[in-house]
Design a protein around this ligand. Sequence first.
Ligand code: SF4
Ligand code: SF4
Length: 264
Amino acid sequence: MSAPAANLEDRPSLLKGRRTLTLRDTFAFHCGPERSCFNSCCADVNIVLTPLDVLGLARRLGLTTTAFRARHTVTLQTRDLQLPVVALKMEDREGRPCPFVGPEGCTVYQDRPWACRMYPLGLAVPPARAGEEPEPLYFLFEDDFCEGRRDGPDWTVGQWREDQGVPERERLDAAFRRVVTHPWFIGGRRLDPRRQELFLMACYDLDRFREFIFESSFLKRLVVEPELAASLATDDLTLLDFSFRWVRFALFGEPTLKVRRVTN
Ligand code: SF4
Ligand code: SF4
């Protein structure tokens, strides 16, 4: 199955005129090579990547996250908070196809981005509110070019998420959503350029973040248990989890890490 979806609008614009769905609501959908629109959706589209998407695609392609970002992504900004957003770079040729689309569909299917998995559904994340977990809301893209919604079996949103392998990614995707909806942003606060760079490194360039941890004074300045430090050196998912913890500490001032006491 192919499928695009993503944009950078704020939540009210994103949901305007669109059907919103809870996990139990249903929609009809079927995609496959027999559709005359097959693969047409995998071109000229903004596919916003999550940190887990970048990590999965980089590892699948045998690239460092730094090389993947340079070769396959563009950095955009959300309209409301001007938060950096990493999106897949379409090819610079007629039709602007996705670099990963082939005659038989997606060539990176097992590691396709969240947005591609969930199409024709999108997710609108609410703005930050003090003391509240952000409650994401699903909505249906109703693109004229997509034949998939004209017929096909009914899916609940929950069934679609299961079918597309979304629940197994949920813990890290939700941790990232908590970063981008952090109460620090209440009132329209924005990251300055230096903090934007640190945010991009920690969330989207894990190989560089790993170097930062092990080749700077990071471990001398912050308390990181030895077992955790050993995992950070080798385990990408532990590192990604830790990167969100570090962003909350370093950029938002949350006490998710402790500074080491200096002893003489
Ligand atoms: S049915 Fe929709 S999602 Fe499937 S290939 Fe066609 S346009 Fe893409
Ligand atoms: S990553 Fe795969 S599913 Fe997503 S746009 Fe590219 S080819 Fe299509």
